[in-house]
Design a protein around this ligand. Structure first.
Ligand code: ADP
Ligand code: GLC
Length: 492
């Protein structure tokens, strides 16, 4: 099958979160299985020179047919695996330091670019105009999140009878909280008919909602875990789109993300100081020892280490952790390491905790791939008390690294972590339900209790966690099935 992934992010080229990991590793897995997969993403300013050196511009510029014609350059990069990546160069929109927003270093505030709708409408239209330039017509346009939400809209309206009439679209929702709102004038900008401005099409709250449009028009819909696929049909998790999700419920699948087992393998990870595997666990203890040596030099290595690596936004529930930490430090002998960036107030709160409890908590504000790997390897437990979590990758990395996840029972966390049962020692982590200070405090206490009093259970759980298979093979097969259904429903 010929599949074009349309995305704003993909590793190693551009990343703000798990979307980039998920799209890229799915694409590579499908390609490995024999499909002809290509990626289309914008060429951002920050892309490092290494990638730029390996890109070649296509010989002709691309005419992008929005309300008026825009001209762009497309660069192609062929990865060693054969995967082709197209980078859309349109400087006015994408030659910026950050992907979605301005970041004021002074006050730490982020402000979404006002022209985000125009920027990503251009990306969407480019996806449909690209086949005219390359001669390569995708069977499937696989669209990721709101940034690609207009692709199915174009495909089923303006491109309905053209050369793409046999192509189908699949829209994957990685996070329903981001929907892409625009003024109604975006329809004229995009060259889309004004009669799409209806509550049962693209209109929402008096504006245009890109994701809603995609949800209406895509041939099949997926999201990144079975539980989240259920949750988003309710008012609690539907972010206002539960009606359209119920309307399209028969076409909605929950397919769990996999992880890239090459970059995230404790037996060969070049970013961690000591390697280990289920049968040779000494390396994990040495990783912890190194971390303590560097950051908690006076602490007893016997204290459990709880780690968290995350965007610091309400979704992730780490504000609750910040609230309970003083109480935890007062009653439990634990060490905590946090790596993250996001909400300025939360960043400040964690920094204050680090100043107050320097021998108990180590905080790094920022984005640091190497430290993320070292923390996964050094930790005993991984904290992920998310309010909602479409899939979550860090709990999957943690399982692989034998760092038992402590998670709230929601979305992909619920689908991937089995709670500890103290009678039998079964489970792969610690699961709690209410997102309140009390529940998180109790669950951390529960994990400490197990760590100190049931080393036999800890040992079995760590090994069991490391045995879990969250590779892409199964999930990629489900996407293939979904593509076939999309083509069938298109009548191709
Ligand atoms: P989300 O996409 O909602 O942020 P995921 O768990 O799906 O959550 O993915 C987060 C990804 O971003 C993971 O690959 C994680 O390791 C990475 N990540 C998040 N914050 C940081 C950080 N501060 N430093 C390094 N990696 C980070
Ligand atoms: C989103 C979600 C996260 C998911 C990731 C990749 O960023 O917040 O839960 O793992 O996308 O699908």
């Amino acid at each position: 099958m010929k599949i074009l992934m349309v995305t704003a992010e993909a590793v190693p080229y551009a990343k703000t979160g798990g979307l980039a990991d998920s799209v890229a590793s799915l694409a590579r897995e499908l390609q490995k299985g024999g499909d002809d997969v290509r990626l289309l993403l914008p060429l951002y300013r920050g892309m490092d020179e290494l990638h730029r050196k390996n890109m070649y511009p296509l010989p002709h510029p691309l005419a992008i047919h929005l309300g008026r014609e825009h001209w762009a350059r497309v660069h192609e990069l062929i990865e060693p695996s054969g995967l082709r990546v197209y980078f859309l160069e349109y400087q006015r929109y994408f030659d910026r330091a950050r992907i979605y927003d301005d970041h004021d270093e002074g006050n730490g505030r982020r402000c979404a670019f006002a022209d985000n709708p125009e920027r990503f409408a251009l990306l969407c239209r480019a996806a449909l105009d690209l086949p005219g330039l390359t001669g390569w017509v995708p069977d499937i346009f696989h669209c990721h999140d709101w940034m690609a939400g207009l692709v199915p809209v174009f495909l089923e309206t303006r491109d309905r009878n053209g050369p793409l009439r046999h192509s189908a679209s699949v829209l994957t929702v990685h996070n329903l909280a981001h929907q892409g709102y625009a003024d109604r004038s975006i329809l004229a900008f995009a060259g889309l008919p004004s009669d799409l401005f209806r509550a049962d099409r693209l209109e929402a709250c008096g504006g245009v909602n890109f994701l809603k449009g995609g949800l209406y028009f895509a041939n099949k819909l997926t999201t990144v875990s079975p539980t989240y696929a259920e949750e988003i049909r309710s008012a609690e998790f539907g972010c206002g789109l539960q009606d359209v999700l119920n309307f399209r419920g028969g076409d909605l699948l929950g397919i769990m993300n996999g992880i890239d087992g090459t970059s995230w393998d404790p037996a060969s990870d070049p970013l961690i100081p000591h390697h280990y595997s289920r049968d040779r666990m000494e390396g994990k203890a040495l990783c912890k020892k190194d971390f303590f040596h560097n950051h908690f030099p006076t602490s007893d290595i016997g204290s459990p280490l709880f780690v968290a690596i995350s965007r610091l936004y309400a979704q992730k529930g780490l504000d609750v952790l910040a609230d309970v930490l003083p109480k935890i430090f007062a009653s439990m002998d634990v060490r905590v390491a946090i790596l993250g960036a996001g909400d300025r107030n939360l960043e400040i709160k964690f920094c204050q905790l680090a100043a107050q409890y320097a021998d108990r908590i180590h905080v790094t504000i920022g984005y640091d791939e190497g430290l993320a790997h070292r923390l996964e390897a050094a930790g005993d437990f991984f904290l992920m008390p998310s309010r909602f979590e479409p899939c979550g990758l860090n709990q999957l990395y943690s399982l692989r690294y034998g760092t038992l996840p402590i998670v709230r029972s929601t979305g992909g966390l619920r689908d991937s972590v089995l709670s500890y049962d103290e009678r039998t020692g079964s489970g792969t982590g610690f699961v709690f339900h209410d997102l309140g200070n009390r529940a998180l405090y109790d669950t951390i206490g529960w994990a400490c209790h197990c760590y100190h009093n049931r080393p036999d259970h800890m040992d079995i759980m760590v090994r069991r966690a490391m045995e879990q298979d969250f590779g892409w093979t199964r999930s990629a097969a489900r996407y293939r099935e979904c593509y076939r259904w999309a083509l069938e429903s298109k009548g191709a």
